[in-house]
Design a binder for this molecule. Structure first.
Ligand code: GDP
Length: 358
């Protein structure tokens, strides 16, 4: 499964956030066969549509999609000036498919800041510098080798050009991800550069920021094209221990429509390039995880490889059409249920039944 690595300076609230994420993981008891490592938090992707489907199909249970977060401890300022980032840290981060950087914007005199003051821009710079330096090292090793290969006609000049462009971006102190629009990302793929991974900035905030759309917009703009999520890690860790009703009440009092964890799950899922389709029956209403752009047979393969191999067609109704019709039979009668073939590219909200031969 694709994972999101959580990084950040000490004392910014990583553990607090991660504890909240792992306590939500208990809900993943739905997945008894998944072994969950202690540093992995698996959270449900909130999806109100599943409840509606369960009503229509009288489903016994609901199985949402999930998002996995990995707690990657160990980044400290100046790490790259000394012996460099720990190898274990680098290996862990390299394995993650996206990076969520927790950034402290909350004020609390009782919580010591490593640099003595709350300064999100400087903190982001610190972490990004460490990651950028690691990537520069990777390129410094790769470029001379590639130059030789290009001379020997064993590699393409275009690859070398892409590497050199990437090096320039890093030397400017920018992440590869932030410059992805102007870089040949395909050529860079094989390097597994840390800063090429999609970034999410999780601003651990207090009332001052959570209550100000202006401040949020400013911070979000400063990290674009990376996504920004604003939450209060301490509040989130309290929310997960409340009953659903209590939690909903607390959120309403705060003027929030959804919890920060839900928001993080949603943004994380999207950042990983994932999407869901839905199935429903008397047993379960379920969201299945696929890549954005997957075709119908690829989507069928997520349920079972036989479904993909023996794929004949997919019977699909959009969730909205199904809800307007009221039942599957009504949707069929209204001509809203489509037969799609092998070339069909799945859309978000497709409610599907696959036809296959074994
Ligand atoms: P880590 O070192 O990044 O893992 O940070 P911790 O999660 O251990 O948090 C460091 C300290 O900050 C702890 O005392 C937390 O209780 C506190 N803390 C974490 N999040 C918040 C927050 O949103 N608001 C406030 N006021 N304190 C927080």
């Amino acid at each position: 499964a694709l994972t999101i690595g959580i990084v950040g300076l000490p004392n910014v609230g990583k553990s607090t956030l991660f504890n909240a994420l792992t306590r939500q993981t208990i809900l993943a008891a739905n997945y008894p066969f998944a072994t969950i490592e202690p540093n992995v938090g698996v959270v449900n992707l909130p999806d109100e549509r599943l409840g509606r489907l369960a009503e229509i199909f009288s489903s016994e249970r609901i199985l949402p999609a999930t998002v996995s977060f990995v707690d990657i401890a160990g980044i400290v300022k100046g790490a790259s000036e000394g012996e460099g980032l720990g190898n274990q840290f680098l290996a862990n981060i390299r394995e993650a498919h996206a990076i969520a950087q927790v950034v402290r914007v909350f004020e609390d005199d009782n919580v010591i800041h490593v640099d003595g003051k709350v300064d999100p821009t400087s903190d982001m710079g610190t972490i990004n510098t460490e990651l950028i330096l690691a990537d520069m090292q990777t390129l410094e090793n790769a470029i001379p080798k590639l130059e030789k290969q290009v001379k020997g006609k064993k590699a393409e000049q275009s690859t070398l050009d892409a590497y050199l462009e990437a090096q320039k971006v890093l030397e400017d102190g920018r992440t590869i991800f932030s410059a992805k629009a102007s870089l040949d990302m395909d050529e860079l793929k094989q390097l597994s550069l840390l800063t090429a991974k999609p970034f999410i900035y999780v601003f651990n905030a207090d009332e001052g920021v959570l209550g100000s759309e202006e401040k949020q917009a400013e911070l979000a703009a400063s990290v674009a094209p990376a996504q920004a999520v604003f939450l209060d890690a301490k509040f989130e860790s309290e929310l997960v221990d409340m009953s659903e009703e209590e939690a909903a009440e607390m959120l309403e009092m705060n003027g929030q429509e959804e919890s920060g964890l839900d928001q993080l799950a949603r943004v994380g899922f999207e950042t990983l390039g994932l999407q869901t389709y839905l199935t429903a029956g008397p047993k379960e209403a379920r969201a299945w995880t696929i890549n954005q752009g997957d075709t119908a047979p690829e989507a069928a393969g997520v349920i079972h490889t036989d479904f993909q191999k023996g794929f004949i067609k997919a019977e699909i109704v959009s969730f909205d059409d199904l809800i307007s019709a009221g039942t599957m039979a009504e949707a069929k009668a209204a001509g809203k249920v489509r037969m799609e073939g092998k070339e069909y590219v799945m859309k978000d909200g497709d409610v599907v039944e696959f036809r296959f031969a074994v």
